[in-house]
Design a protein around this ligand. Structure first.
Ligand code: URA
Length: 206
């Protein structure tokens, strides 16, 4: 993709899911596993995510999965081997604001065409991509925010006319660094199940 040239990004993962999903999930960016097999959330975070979705009564087939950036942001680092030698390898990192802008037309297109009654953001990157920098996941997780979403216009973010229902929750990887968020994620998934019931949203597989 020409607009993303010159960044430390590799691979490309397409958004995936039905045209009329129960939810659209908006993550951060794919990792190493995803850029090799092309399936979003198929690595370690994905395994956790599928467990969380199951708690809300959903499967992968019910949801459309995408992210703020669709290539893997990496940085080079040095890995120490057991035998004392070192290996240079790529590590994941968070995408920069410029990278998020470079990839923005992809998500703008999906938001306009995928008919999802609820947008579920996973972590701060997905949340702020949609509703701007003034929101923090720890403050707003587990509640519906009714808000226009950011759309790129002349290389600046503006706002959609459409107002969306957005349900922020934690990125599943946050649980690897902080086991205490697990309780919050579980409560969010229970709340998500209640909200879907109220709105009459059902998974496709039931
Ligand atoms: N995080 C994301 O946002 N997407 C993936 O596919 C994996 C991790």
């Amino acid at each position: 993709m020409k607009r993303a040239e010159g960044f430390a990004l590799e691979g490309f993962v397409y958004g995936s899911g039905p045209e009329k999903p129960a939810l659209m999930l908006v993550g951060e960016a794919p990792g190493e596993t995803e850029i090799h097999n092309g399936i979003p959330f198929s690595g370690r975070s994905g395994k956790e995510l599928m467990g969380f979705l199951e708690r809300a009564g959903l499967t992968r087939e019910d949801v459309y999965i995408t992210s703020a950036v669709r290539s893997r942001p990496y940085r080079w680092g040095t890995k120490k081997n057991r035998d004392g030698t070192t290996t240079e390898r790529k590590y994941n990192r968070a995408p920069t604001q410029k990278e998020i802008r470079a990839h923005a037309p992809l998500l703008d297109y999906e938001l306009a065409h995928v008919k999802a009654p609820l947008l579920v953001t996973l972590g701060n990157v997905g949340l702020r991509r949609l509703v701007g920098p003034g929101y923090k996941i720890t403050d707003v997780h587990g509640k519906v925010i009714r808000h226009p979403v950011q759309i790129l216009e002349n290389e600046q973010f503006g706002w959609t006319e459409t107002v969306y229902d957005i349900f922020p929750t934690y990125h599943p990887a946050s649980f690897f660094y902080n086991r205490r968020v697990l309780e919050d994620i579980h409560a969010d998934m229970d709340q998500l199940a209640r909200i879907m019931k109220e709105k009459g949203i059902a998974g496709l597989s039931r």
